[in-house]
Design a protein around this ligand. Structure first.
Ligand SMILES: C[S@@+](CC[C@H](N)C(=O)[O-])C[C@H]1O[C@@H](n2cnc3c(N)ncnc32)[C@H](O)[C@@H]1O
Length: 373
């Protein structure tokens, strides 16, 4: 059985009746569960709680939304101005999640959750539209497949399921590992495509401590059970950096593995990251001080920050490092005088002199740090 059909079958069974072996214990926020129908809580196949990262007013996309639990939790946090979209490829799971849509809208005071049919590695293709198209244009011969491919390309371009740069926060709970290895890079590119510049991701998933050997990957039960499709822990983070995300981080890490198979540990983690703002790097005299506790750190764009030193940064990096997400690590020093911005031209590790911060003088611009300790 191919990966997709095995996963479809397993989660159709999971929509029909609770599958105990798919349930990984998670410490959800009980106050958010209180509003949820018991069936949704029972058919929970998640391994973390990405709803913790939702902010008021967010447009949230939940990849592999299953019974809709994370969507309905997120809906309570986004408020009436926000919106939550759950995407899943399995009709039985979509039906289960949609069964409670009206009840939840009444409880929440508005309709703010929708569930759409799609594959998370191809978020542009609307699978409900494709079902309808296939009903009218069934595939009988090779030419029909060629015509279907053309229709799909047209749809992706002209009626994408999820548009570019439209999502504030992409969440997912135990789904990335289910996607075929050959589609995993495209999946993370798709996440990058749909997130707004400055938008965030919070992905709870399973990672392995060692690269999973081929014979375990071939085991359909282990794959559809969220185990053998797991990326190795370093590969997972690198995949997000490679796609263009910054601030990539293991925000949660379960010390206790969820499963151990042939000595390999499979554990639940939550990865957070940010899509950089689509702005040029303009030097207007900003600086940040890295608070510590390490002697130096580097960001995902290769900039060095030495503890306690006034590091020169462009305006875009300044805004990011002084935002809620990073301000625990950095102190921001805005220029005292407004100077016309110039394209960034200092090497990584350059300092900002106190004189430049106070007066805008360019003496000692880009002076190198001696590094630390
Ligand atoms: C392990 S369950 C997690 C469900 C839900 N996130 C939760 O927390 O309970 C995986 C879900 O992802 C869906 N899924 C798996 N692979 C998918 C893919 N490639 N595209 C869309 N949905 C997928 C399955 O149908 C299933 O509903």
């Amino acid at each position: 059985m191919a990966v997709e059909t095995g996963v479809l079958k397993r989660y159709s069974e999971g929509a029909e009746a609770r599958q105990a072996d798919l349930c990984c214990p998670v410490d959800y926020d009980r106050s958010l569960l209180a509003l949820l129908p018991q069936e949704i809580i029972d058919k929970d196949y998640g391994c973390g709680d990405p709803s913790r990262y939702v902010r008021k007013g967010d447009i949230v996309l939940d990849l592999g939304s299953g019974s809709g639990k994370i969507c309905y939790m997120a809906a309570q946090l986004v408020g009436a101005e926000g919106k939550v979209i759950g995407v899943d490829m399995n009709d039985d799971m979509l039906n289960l999640a949609r069964k409670y849509q009206n009840e939840m809208a009444d409880k929440l005071g508005s309709h703010r959750v929708e569930f759409v049919k799609g594959q998370i590695q191809d978020l542009a293709l609307d699978l409900a539209a494709m079902d309808q198209h296939l009903a009218e244009h069934p595939v009988h011969k090779a030419e029909d497949i060629l015509a279907l491919r053309e229709w799909q390309d047209h749809q992706r371009k002209n009626s994408p399921l999820i548009n570019d740069n439209t999502i504030d926060l992409v969440v997912s709970n135990c789904v990335l590992n289910l996607v075929h290895d050959s589609d995993k890079a495209q999946l993370i590119q798709e996440i990058f495509r749909v997130v707004k510049p400055g938008g965030r991701v919070a992905i709870s998933d399973i990672v392995s401590d060692e690269v999973v050997p081929e014979h375990l990957k071939q085991n359909q039960h282990l794959w559809s059970g969220c185990i053998s499709g797991a990326l190795q822990e370093l590969e997972m983070l690198e995949a997000f950096v490679k796609a263009g995300f910054i601030g990539v981080c293991y925000d949660k890490w379960e010390n206790q593995p969820w499963q151990v198979v042939e000595g390999l540990e499979f554990r639940s983690v939550t990865i957070t990251a940010v899509k950089p703002q689509d702005e040029a790097c303009i030097d207007k005299g900003h600086a940040v001080i890295y608070r510590g506790p390490y002697s130096e750190v580097y960001d995902d764009e290769g900039h060095a920050y030495f503890r306690g030193e006034r590091m020169a940064v462009c305006e875009r990096t300044y805004k990011l490092l002084t935002s809620d997400t990073y301000s625990d690590n950095f102190i921001g020093i805005a220029p005292a005088v407004d100077v016309p911005g110039t394209p960034w031209d200092c090497p990584s590790g350059s300092l900002r002199s106190v004189a430049e911060s106070k007066t805008g003088s360019h003496e000692n611009k880009c002076s190198p740090s001696g590094g630390c300790c």
